[in-house]
Design a binder for this molecule. Structure first.
Ligand SMILES: [Zn+2]
Length: 388
């Protein structure tokens, strides 16, 4: 053979979560992709092997933010990989337009350079704002803009955005959505003052042409559900196609509201919406140029608004189970469902032929090992991040 020697396959033994939701005591072999899954009754049952987590909405972590540029993206990709995230979309903030474009170019550059060694795979950007309602900023700074054809063209030319958030009531939002959907971008509804009817009309128009739609952090930065006023959450949950991002840190969303979404929809997906301060403990931080105060595990802006989260996907998975969801279902929300929402058919499940994006957990769901494309990530099992 003139080929270089074929590298030996690696293997993991434990309880393997199959795409059917069943568990198999066995061995999983892999190179950069999964090569075989076979039963093995002697495998350790206290090592749970799951598909790596996919976080479609994450601003930062470990002291870094997407808006910092390429170095920030690399740092946050490594930080979240240590918590089991094997794929993520660095997410921009609503900032002056040039800053947003700078951040998008930074993500593109990291991708073009082959990704982040030792970090999660980056499959594109989530553009969260500036095409949102100035009346539902949440923790976003007041730099909202209308989605003009010129701005949409500028974004699409960068060939990096995989998910976008729109307030449907903005002038031009539907036209811009069609334009971005044609480029394969997932269209999110969020940071909106729209009523349920406006959201339903918007979703129906997009569904009619087969666009993938999503709630951007369902329940947050939108009106609530009341009997006489259904609000965006009711429209989004009741839609037959929309994916539903949830920040399940038990601060942004009550477990009861999460259970309602899970009972009504098969398309709930866990996100972190994490910010720079994730992993750093209490102290002063920053989000989109705003001062953030982190105290007792909660992050607020100076005006008292809930800021981004301090969540990681491993904790989101634990919180889903504490809310009464089975581990197999919770894993689907953390991997399989977000993969589908982003049209990533090469990951999100454990199956021969798919990427070897793997997370090994103990029975308390602590991260023991993580592999991204078959490469082992440096994690410190069970050790909390240093407080700084
Ligand atoms: Zn966000």
């Amino acid at each position: 053979m003139e080929h270089a020697k074929t590298p030996a396959a690696l293997s993991l033994r434990g309880k393997i979560l199959l795409p059917s939701g069943e568990w198999l005591l066995g061995q999983l072999e892999f190179l950069d992709h999964i090569t075989a899954i076979t039963p093995d009754n002697t495998a350790p049952p206290d090592r749970l092997i799951l598909p790596g987590f996919i976080d479609a909405h994450v601003h930062g972590g470990g002291g870094a933010d997407t808006m910092d540029g390429p170095d920030g993206v690399r740092t946050l990709a490594r930080f979240h990989a240590a918590h089991g995230t094997t794929t993520l979309l660095p997410t921009t903030m609503t900032n002056p337009w040039d800053n947003v474009l700078f951040a998008l170019r930074g993500i593109r550059r990291v991708m073009d350079e082959g990704g982040v060694p030792g970090g999660a795979d980056i499959v594109g950007a989530h553009l969260e704002g500036p095409f949102i309602s100035p009346g539902r900023l949440g923790a976003q700074p007041p730099n909202t803009l209308e989605p003009t054809p010129e701005r949409i063209a500028e974004v699409l030319a960068l060939n990096v955005v995989q998910a976008v958030t729109f307030a449907p009531e903005l002038p031009g939002a539907l036209t811009a959505s069609f334009e971005m959907a044609r480029a394969g971008v997932r269209i999110g509804v969020g940071h909106t003052r729209a009523d349920a009817e406006t959201v339903t009309d918007f979703l129906n128009a997009l569904n009619a042409v087969g666009t993938t739609t999503c709630a951007t952090h369902l329940f947050n930065a939108m009106g609530g559900i009341e009997g006489r006023i259904p609000g965006p959450p009711a429209a989004l949950i009741a839609d037959a196609h929309a994916y539903l991002e949830v920040i399940l840190d038990n601060i942004h969303v009550h477990p009861g509201s999460f259970r309602l979404a899970c009972a009504a929809s098969q398309r709930v997906m866990l996100i972190t919406d994490a910010m720079r301060a994730a992993g750093l403990g209490d102290g002063i931080s920053e989000l989109g140029g705003q001062r953030v105060i982190v105290k007792d595990g909660q992050a607020h802006l100076e005006n008292g608004s809930l800021a981004g989260s301090l969540l990681t996907m491993d904790i989101a998975l634990k919180n889903a189970m504490q809310a009464g969801i089975s581990l197999a279902k919770a894993s689907q929300m953390a991997s399989g469902t977000p993969a589908r929402s982003l049209n990533l058919s090469d990951r999100g499940m454990l199956e021969p032929g798919l990427r070897a994006d793997l997370v090994v957990l103990d029975t308390d769901l602590n991260v023991l090992e993580v592999y991204v494309g078959g490469k082992k990530i440096n994690v410190s099992p069970g050790t909390p991040e240093p407080h700084g």
